[in-house]
Design a protein around this ligand. Structure first.
Ligand code: FE2
Length: 267
């Protein structure tokens, strides 16, 4: 079995700025430390975009310094809050393909694909977008998977989740992606962007959305506002990959570790 850690939507800020009263650096540190302590045998750590709240180079440089102390390989990704040029200039040596921040990694029985869905430059909106270059890269990596289970990480979900503010800024032209995954088979999507833990399937393709180490989105099916945020526990995702399939856990990691009691009635 292979383990993969995943954190999404860090929203790291410059100059100590808080988001709904939360310090994103404190939250990231707490979740990262807990994840690495609980799973030192993880194959790698995927950071699924919205690394910097406003795409600042200084934030990426501080993040690079912190990641240098992470003892396992790190796969960084970009979200709509990121800026590709600032990221590339500030964190050298990160995986790139055709100029995009995306990569493939085979681990255990699975092939991990990290796909860059950031729309820009120019950075016109918060929705995600692919392009012919990125889809061609995806085609090559799917073809090279050689029967392995594919786990596709991407920031923007190529499906609706029922939150109207977020559904308006999902991945544009989702069918271009989903049709490829259906044709390949044995694929699981893992997305961020929403700041909630959600699961489902899209046209037969199973998916999981992981929540943030920092602020979360409320279960509001009415308000068309993508900025709605609430203070709930921050979390990391843990993927367990076996020859038979995949299990994905979401672990709240900003709360004190609870005592592990026993249910006396069923003992
Ligand atoms: Fe985000």
């Amino acid at each position: 079995m292979a383990k993969v850690l995943a954190l999404t939507d860090l929203h790291l800020t410059a100059d100590g700025a808080r988001i709904i009263g939360l310090d994103p650096w404190d939250r990231f540190e707490a979740v990262l430390v807990r994840a690495l302590a609980d799973h030192p045998d993880a194959d790698c750590l995927v950071l699924m975009g919205d690394l910097a709240h406003r795409g600042e180079a200084a934030v990426y440089r501080r993040l690079a310094a912190r990641l240098a102390r992470v003892p396992i390989p790190v796969i960084p990704m970009l979200g709509n809050h990121d800026r590709r040029e600032a990221f590339r200039a500030s964190i050298p040596g990160m995986p790139l393909a055709d100029g995009f921040v995306q990569t493939a990694r085979d681990t255990g029985p699975a092939r991990l694909l990290a796909l860059d869905t950031l729309d820009g430059p120019p950075y016109a909106g918060a929705a995600g977008r692919l392009c012919a270059t990125r889809l061609a890269w995806l085609d090559r990596e799917l073809a090279g998977a050689a029967g392995r289970q594919v786990v596709l990480f991407l920031h923007h979900p190529p499906f609706a989740v029922g939150l109207p503010g977020m559904d308006r800024i999902a991945l544009a032209d989702p069918e271009a992606l989903l049709s490829r995954l259906r044709a390949h088979g044995r694929t699981h999507l893992v997305a961020g962007h929403i700041h909630r833990t959600i699961s489902g399937s899209a046209g037969g393709v199973p998916w999981t959305v992981l929540k943030s180490p920092c602020h979360q989105a409320p279960l509001d099916l009415v308000t068309p506002d993508s900025t709605l945020s609430i203070d709930e526990p921050g979390a990391y995702g843990l993927l367990l990959l076996t020859a038979g399939g995949i299990a994905i856990h979401s672990e709240d990691a900003t709360l004190p570790r609870p005592d592990r009691g026993h249910d006396k009635a069923s003992a």
